[in-house]
Structure formats: C-alpha cells, structure tokens
Design a protein around this ligand. Structure first.
Ligand code: SF4
Length: 448
C-alpha cells in the first residue's frame, strides 16, 4: 500500500480541483485512506493509473459470482465507513439427501423471496456439496436446479456453487450446467481445479485443515496466476468460526497479508435450527462473504435477510425514497387530501399504509430532505416552509389539486405561519403527529 505522499508524487500536481479537492495532496491523502476513487482525477496518465490501481486496490479482492460481487471490503467495522458487498445467502443441498428431500428443499428455496420497503430480496445461492460422489443424485439435483433457474422471473439472479473433491465430477457437471463457483481446491488437487476454473471463468473455493495451510494454498494458487479465490471456513464450534473469519479479515486489512485478501464462504452444515441460525448470524455479522445454511425454512432465512440489510446499509446515508408527488390508496381526484412529508423511507412507509387504511385516496407530496425524518429534517432546515413551496411548484401540485389545502405533519406545526405567508391563498392544516393518527384524522377532520 502506498502512503498519501507516495501517491501524491505520481499525481499531475496541477491542483486543478477537477477531483473536487482543493489540491492534489488533499486528493492523495483521501485516496490513501480509501475514501475516494482514483477515477475522480481525470488527468492521470494510463501508466500511472495502472501503478496506482494496483497499489490502491482494496486489500480484499472483489469477485463476481453471477451478477453479484463479493469481497472488496475495506474496513473492519461498518461505522468506520461502510460494508460494500452484502453476504450472499445460500441453501445447502447434498448428495446424501433423498430425492424427496431435494425436491422439498428446492420447493422451499423458490419461496425465499421477500419484499421490504418496496424492494425485493431473496436467498440467492444454491450450494451443492458432493459427500459420496453419487452421480445419479447429483444429476437429479442439477436437473432440478436448472428448472428453477429457468423459471426464475425475479430480478435477483439465482447462482449455483458446487463443491466436490473429485475433479472429474466437477468437470463433468460444469460442462453441462451453469455453475458460478466451484471447489474445493486443497493442497493435493489445486492445479487441476485452477485449470477448470480458468477454462470456465468461475471463482474457486479453497480449503485447508487450518489457516496456515489455507495461506500456503492461496499463495501457491496466485503463483499460478489465478486470483478469483474464496476461502472456505467451517467448524462445529461457533467460537472457532468467529475466530477464523475475524483473523482472515483482520490480517488482510490491518497487516496487508495478501494470502487472506479474498472473500470467504461459511458453510453451516448442522441439522438443528439453533446451530444453523447462530452460525449464520456470526457469518453475516463477522465478515463471511457467502453464508450457506443447511435449511430452506422461511423462518430462518427471512430474519437473516433482514439482518444482512441492516449490516450492509451505509451508516452514513439515510435510506431514502424518490421525492415526488405520490398517489396513495388509489386514484385521488383534484378534491382529495394533500399531505406533505420528507423522503426518509421509514417515514414514507409509515405514512403510506396509514393513508391506505383510511380508505381515502390521497396525494402525498414527498420532498427531498436528504432522507431525514420530519423532525430531524426540520432541525437541519431541510424541511421548512420555503422547501415545501419549492416542491409544490416543482411537482405542479396546483394543476392536480384544486382545493389548495395542505396538511402538514403535527410535529412541524411551527412552520404554519411561515407557510401562510408564502402561500397566502392556501389553507394550511396541522395534521397528526404520528402516522397512526392519519386514518382517524382523514375520516373526521378532512371530511369536515
Ligand atoms: S483532478 Fe487530479 S490533477 Fe486536478 S487537483 Fe485533483 S488530483 Fe490534482
């Protein structure tokens, strides 16, 4: 890794400010701290770019698994900056399962898709593990997966990984089925695995009896010129999983120990729900890039998807929705109620269902308040009378709503007089403080 001063020596040193920084030195310091991207400086020569890209590459490699990216993380704790690439969640299928168990598990896997605050999320991966090299069962598994992948109309792609120690079996299936990740390469078979992974352009899972062996293995494989590696972590004990995942991340980030600069896969192969759940929680919280679970139960996957959403949300960026004039609860006419709020998504998704509950189709003007909630935005002067007036104009509200009555959140009743001054021919009505008060308010106050 280069220091800020070393990076500065390679920059054009014109202080042109095109990168948004006052000087090249300031940009170099931020680049060294991995707070900005090299592409922000448009004047770096191609040659220098290559040197800097290699030197400033994240210490953990980013790998593509289908359309998803894994790895590429730059911090140990999300509050230091953010975590970038959410852990993929997978369901385990083994060739020790009966045909009936396989069908049942895949049927459940298909249902592992959830909608939350307007977005769809799902468990993305099916991880096939060959324990006894049963070709008939494996054929049945991949055939059934093929059908699911073909029928998948979801935007969220389904990806498939296959682990076997028999290189011939892996080659047999990768020739005929779409696989995104293969393994497990160990000290005995890694050369053949690298050849196949190279030929089919897929990532390679590596495993060893301990972290020392894994570090030797990744070093040997990178010596062959192959770097799309994923380190496999598994143990019967939660503490050991936590220890290994933490050591891999810590050594990669803090010591720039390149043999551990790769994403990780945690396979939770337990038969009881509690162990599966506790291990997968550790995996999501503590650095596993892929978490595979020996279950496809909704009650296990749904909380894990929610946990993943929490961990992989940028803590410095409030979750926001598009600011605009929304129609809620049907087709509001020009005499329908008009309410205003901020674009903090939690606020929107608290207000929206309450308007629907009222059964009175309404207009909801959502203004850009940098994704802050009503009171916070008001305190930061991002939700005030002037802004509301701007958004009324921007969204041509007067062409859609004829009554010129605006309901404002009860918490910002204080902006009432200013709004009256700025909108003299409008009537400003103070609405409820909490979203839960909206149905009662609309049914009683609005009708009056
Ligand atoms: S854009 Fe490049 S040359 Fe210009 S100030 Fe930034 S780092 Fe320096």
């Amino acid at each position: 890794m280069l220091t800020g001063l070393e990076i500065y020596k390679l920059l054009p040193k014109t202080n042109c400010k095109k990168c948004g920084f006052p000087t090249c030195l300031a940009f170099a310091m931020s680049l060294a701290a991995k707070k900005v991207l090299l592409t922000q400086c448009p004047d770096i020569s191609e040659h220098t770019k290559q040197i800097l890209l290699q030197a400033t590459e994240p210490p953990i490699r980013t790998i593509n698994v289908g359309k998803y990216k894994i790895g590429g993380e730059t911090v140990l704790f999300r509050h230091e900056k953010t975590f970038y690439n959410p852990s993929l969640l997978g369901v385990l299928l083994k060739d020790t399962f009966s045909k009936e168990e396989i069908i049942n598990r895949l049927k459940k896997f298909k249902e592992l898709s959830f909608e939350r605050v307007g977005n769809k999320y799902r468990t993305e991966m099916i991880c096939v593990v060959s324990v006894k090299e049963d070709l008939i069962i494996l054929e049945h598994i991949f055939n059934s997966i093929n059908e699911i992948v073909k029928d998948n109309t979801d935007n969220n792609e389904i990806v498939v990984s296959f682990l076997s120690h028999d290189i011939d079996i892996v080659e047999n299936f990768i020739k005929r089925y779409k696989l995104n990740l293969i393994g497990s390469a160990n000290t005995n078979n890694y050369k053949s695995f690298v050849t196949i992974a190279n030929n089919y352009k897929v990532g390679l899972i590596v495993e060893g009896k301990d972290l020392d062996e894994i570090s030797c293995l990744t070093t040997q494989i990178t010596g062959l010129g192959f770097r799309d590696l994923v380190i496999k972590v598994s143990s019967d004990k939660e503490t050991k999983i936590l220890e290994d995942l933490t050591q891999i991340r810590r050594l990669a980030l803090k010591k720039n120990f390149s043999p551990f600069g790769y994403p990780t896969i945690l396979i939770c192969d337990d038969n009881d729900t509690t162990s599966n759940l506790s291990k997968s929680i550790i995996g999501i919280l503590k650095y596993a890039s892929i978490v595979v679970i020996n279950s496809a139960d909704t009650e296990l996957h749904f909380p894990l998807i929610t946990l993943r959403l929490n961990i992989y949300t940028d803590p410095q960026k409030p979750v926001s929705i598009e600011p605009k004039l929304y129609k809620i609860g049907g087709e509001p006419g020009s005499d329908a109620p008009l309410m205003v709020t901020t674009n903090f998504s939690l606020t929107y998704y608290s207000v929206e269902p309450e308007i629907i509950n009222s059964k009175i189709p309404s207009w909801l003007l959502v203004i850009d308040a940098d994704g802050l909630s009503v009171l916070t935005a008001w305190a930061a002067e991002k939700f005030n009378a002037e802004k509301i007036v701007d958004w009324i104009k921007k969204e041509s509200v007067e062409q859609k709503v004829k009554h010129k009555t605006l309901i404002i959140p009860g918490y910002v009743a204080i902006i009432n007089s200013k709004l009256n001054n700025l909108l003299p021919d409008w009537k400003i009505v103070i609405g409820p403080k909490e979203a839960s008060g909206i149905p009662k308010f609309l049914k009683s106050m609005w009708k009056k």
